[in-house]
Design a protein around this ligand. Sequence first.
Ligand code: GUN
Length: 286
Amino acid sequence: MTQIIDGKALAGAVRAEVAEAVREIKAQGGEVRFAAVLVGDDPASQIYVRNKQRACEQAGIIFELHTLPATCQFVELTDLVRQLSADKKINGVLLQLPVPYEVVGDRLNEVLNLIDPCKDVDGLTVANMGKLVDGTAGLCACTAQGVLHAIHSVCPDVSGKNIVVIGRSRIVGRPTSLLLSNHHATVTVCHRLTKDLALYTPTADIIVVAAGCPGLLTADMVKAGAIVIDVGINRLADGRLVGDVDFEKVACKAAAITPVPGGIGPLTIAFLLKNIVRAYRLQHGL
Ligand code: GUN
């Protein structure tokens, strides 16, 4: 029987842990505060930010939303990020992506790296990415942690496993491949220029798909008994939300699979909350 990995239930347990940690901080007179920056009015980003707000509030974390119009100047954005990063009351800062190209052009890195690495709850600064490369403890990208947590729920030890990660984005694919490699998996990274995906996936014990391409992973590309982690979130023309995996058919062949929705999405938010508490502790030398 294929196991459907219940990301919502796994996330619920992580969120309960975080809420308990926040209660302890409050009992000692502290407070945990998180600031999100949203540039422009992309509807998907607005939903993501609202979900983060709800999750923070449920965990007892104070949430601040700072918005800028898509017509703002680059310097307005950098001034805001600098100010939030320097604010001693704020423990976590996140710049919601994507940021309109008209605002940042090719200078997104510059903006992200203005965030104090101890407040970088997305794990996207050069400092935290470098720590991930090093294999030392920093703040690690939330989705990467969610993917590892989902895998661990059905496979407690990934060392020596053949894992194919499809996608190499800064926010998902790259940190996920590094994190899995740090856990001693044999990781192959495929991406949009990979000539023949089906050359790599059939030998994988675990496949992580984060390509943003509905139906990309089909049953013929998957080894029987593999674990399949679907990070894709795609809105179809008919309004349905689907991942990157042909779920019905792949589920028949896999040992375990994450659904969309209800798989990695809830875990990403749970690990954002966990990173915010971790950031608080880093700032307080705990
Ligand atoms: N856009 C979509 N997902 C995310 C996320 O996890 N973090 C940020 N900063 N932007 C996103």
